[in-house]
Design a protein around this ligand. Structure first.
Ligand code: B12
Length: 213
């Protein structure tokens, strides 16, 4: 297992999409714990790519190639996550997306997948989602939660604008808001008046389960 996790991590660092896809398939074939392989293998790889890029050891095209390898692996593994606890009554409705100006969607999609796997109805608006779109969709669907991802310090203020727009439309009492993404924190969530913050997909599920219904 440890060796497998190391290979998954390395495939992302190498930007080897063929290898990462192959390793994802092997994960399923061997019945390995999918979430652990994602978290301790592939995710560690993409974070290392980010670190190397920040230090100037990798260039943007290599960051893009690493992200592509990550997406290939996730495409193979996602259906296995979705089937974890399918078929139960829906626990609530979550509208999720990455805020406008921000195209990072790997973490957001992982959160959406885990919520769906745990019995929530999920409307995934994708990435680069306008503030108004979050609010309109939540109102239309009667959502219990809006979940907003931001990976850039420059796009985080958009999370605050969603809350302000809910208030302006007198909808703040109808829907809870949770925020997440690497630069976010508990402090940020309370500063902008969000109902919660979670640092990973498992914590996001716990947060929504704890406060819904
Ligand atoms: C992959 C990546 C990319 C890919 C994105 C591909 C894609 N489709 O997503 C590409 C190459 C396109 C990219 C582009 C850019 N990137 Co980039 N990228 C990353 C990288 C390496 C990994 C992000 C990732 O996927 N992590 C893996 C996932 C699983 O983790 P996660 O996103 O954190 O999500 C988890 C939790 O945060 C949480 N979570 C996430 N969302 C939510 C939402 C809710 C509601 C909750 C509760 C929880 C939650 O749960 C998730 C699962 O556990 C990060 C480095 C890093 N350490 O984050 C940089 C990083 C985010 N990028 C960065 C930058 C600067 C950029 C660019 C501006 C570069 C450029 N000059 O063009 C552009 C931005 C383009 C744009 N407008 O958005 C910087 C941001 C710096 C900052 N502080 O603002 C980082 C931190 C790199 C760095 N170290 O400097 N990037």
């Amino acid at each position: 297992m440890k060796e497998h996790l190391g290979s998954c991590r390395q495939a992302i660092i190498d930007g080897d999409a063929e290898k990462s896809e192959e390793l994802a398939k092997l994960t399923l074939e061997k019945g390995m714990p999918v979430l652990e392989v994602i978290d301790r293998g592939f995710v560690e790889g993409i974070r290392e790519v980010g670190r190397l890029w920040e230090e100037g050891e990798l260039f943007l095209p290599e960051l893009v190639i690493g992200a592509d390898a990550m997406k290939k692996a996730m495409a193979v593994l996602r259906p296995a996550l979705e089937s974890v606890e399918g078929g139960q009554d829906r626990l609530g409705h979550v509208v999720i997306g990455t805020i406008e100006g921000d195209i990072h969607d790997i973490g957001k999609t992982l959160v959406a997948t885990m919520l769906a796997a745990n019995g929530f109805e999920v409307t995934d608006l994708g990435a680069d989602v306008p503030v108004a779109k979050f609010v309109e969709t939540a109102a239309e669907k009667g959502a219990d939660w809006i979940a907003i991802s931001a990976l850039l310090t420059t796009t985080m203020p958009g999370q605050k604008r969603v809350i302000e727009r809910l208030e302006a439309k007198s909808l703040r009492g109808d829907v809870k808001v949770m925020v997440g993404g690497a630069p976010c924190s508990e402090e940020w969530a309370s500063e902008i008046g969000a109902d919660g913050y979670a640092g990973d997909a498992v914590a996001a599920v716990a947060l929504v389960k704890g406060q819904t219904g």
